[in-house]
Design a protein around this ligand. Structure first.
Ligand code: THU
Ligand code: ZN
Length: 348
């Protein structure tokens, strides 16, 4: 049973998830989902699903919300307060207008598992009552993250990680923020600075390879993100995906549509930064995620000499898998008989 306090808190969280589902980008499934994360310090971060015509690069609503919470500094605040990553998220609400129960898919359960099995998963049941379970209840016999983390960091991995995070992200912040303000005249440098700052928040305990990205939208707004690793590895979210997911779930794509623009005009450029990179070109997975929003965007960053380098996404994906044909096929009738007839005609 929930207390009155909890009930009020979760209703607010569920309402945020509901609102976020309106912003879902779901041209293939037409199945909108919204999610809202409540952090340890009472802040709410929302997210929606963002599909991709390559399907496997689709980002789920829960991942968007979690990525936003982390890349906006939620985890860093928890570590600074002496907590661990396992206390960073208090609860997550999930809402799918076409669904029934609020329980996330297994892939999302694994994404969330990185931040502790004690978080609450909440949502509205059919009759308007609140459903609530701990993540642990949704993942019986969970794959043990502590074992994977201890293999990298040793037995006192919690303490070790807190120390790493501290040395990696503290102190420099203020100075960097001021630098970013100073370089405002050059929007490109400002974008790269935003990516640099985002890299400071990266959650990368397995690779120790922080990456930051920052998206510049058609209306001059900047959304930044970092990589967020996962003990299952394949659920890792790349910095480019975090930044793009933030832009979509904060309504930038909707704003472009409202202005009569298409999804291909929504992102002007994206900056990528890693202290360990000598060239800023994203992985193929990152490129494919961005491709959903047009090949004409600029990908920018610094080379090893500190100079700005830039390429069109088109140059980074020559002979791209054609999204138009996938989008077109959704609208075509899936008529088996007609297809068989057509195929028969093609036979010698
Ligand atoms: N989806 C989510 O956003 N979260 C889940 O946990 C279940 C599935 C999205 C992905 C896809 O865009 C659509 O719902 C249909 O699978
Ligand atoms: Zn999911």
């Amino acid at each position: 049973m929930l207390s009155k306090n909890q009930e009020a808190k979760y209703r607010k969280l569920i309402a945020a998830a509901k609102k976020a589902s309106d912003l879902a980008y779901r041209p293939y499934s037409n199945y909108p989902v919204g999610a809202a994360v409540l952090t340890f310090d009472g802040k709410i971060y929302t997210g929606c699903n963002i599909e991709n015509y390559g399907f496997t690069q689709t980002i789920h609503a829960e991942q968007t919300a979690m990525a936003k919470a982390l890349s906006e500094g939620g985890l860093k605040r928890a570590l600074d307060a002496g907590l661990t990553q396992l206390d960073f998220i208090e609860a997550i609400a999930v809402h799918a207008p076409k669904g029934t129960d609020p329980w996330p898919c297994c892939n999302c359960r694994q994404s969330l598992n990185e931040f502790g099995l004690s978080m609450k998963v909440v949502g509205e049941g059919k009759n308007g009552s609140i459903k609530c379970k701990t993540l642990g209840e949704l993942i019986p016999h969970a794959f043990p993250m502590e074992v994977v983390l201890a293999a990298v960091h040793g037995k006192n991995w919690k303490e070790q990680m807190r120390r790493n995070a501290g040395s990696h992200s503290q102190k420099k912040d203020v100075k960097q923020k001021r630098a970013a303000e100073r370089v405002a005249p050059d929007k490109r440098m400002q974008l790269i600075e935003a990516a640099k700052q985002a890299a400071e928040l990266a959650y990368c305990p397995y690779s120790h390879y922080p990456v930051g990205a920052a998206v510049l939208t058609f209306d001059g707004k900047i959304y930044s993100g970092c990589n967020i690793e996962n003990c299952g590895y394949t659920q890792t979210i790349h910095a480019e995906q975090t930044a793009m997911a933030k832009a979509v779930s904060e309504g930038a794509l909707q704003r472009a549509f409202d202005k009569g623009l298409t999804q291909f005009d929504f992102i002007k450029s994206i900056a990528v930064y890693s202290p360990k990179l000598t060239e800023p070109w994203p992985s193929c997975n990152g490129r494919q995620s961005l491709n959903e929003f047009g090949l004409s965007m600029d990908v920018i960053g610094l080379n090893s000499k500190g100079q700005i380098v830039s390429k069109k996404l088109k140059e980074l994906i020559p002979f791209a898998f054609p999204m138009e044909s996938v989008l077109k096929s959704v609208r075509e009738p899936n008529n088996r008989k007609a297809r068989l007839q057509q195929e028969a005609k093609r036979l010698p």
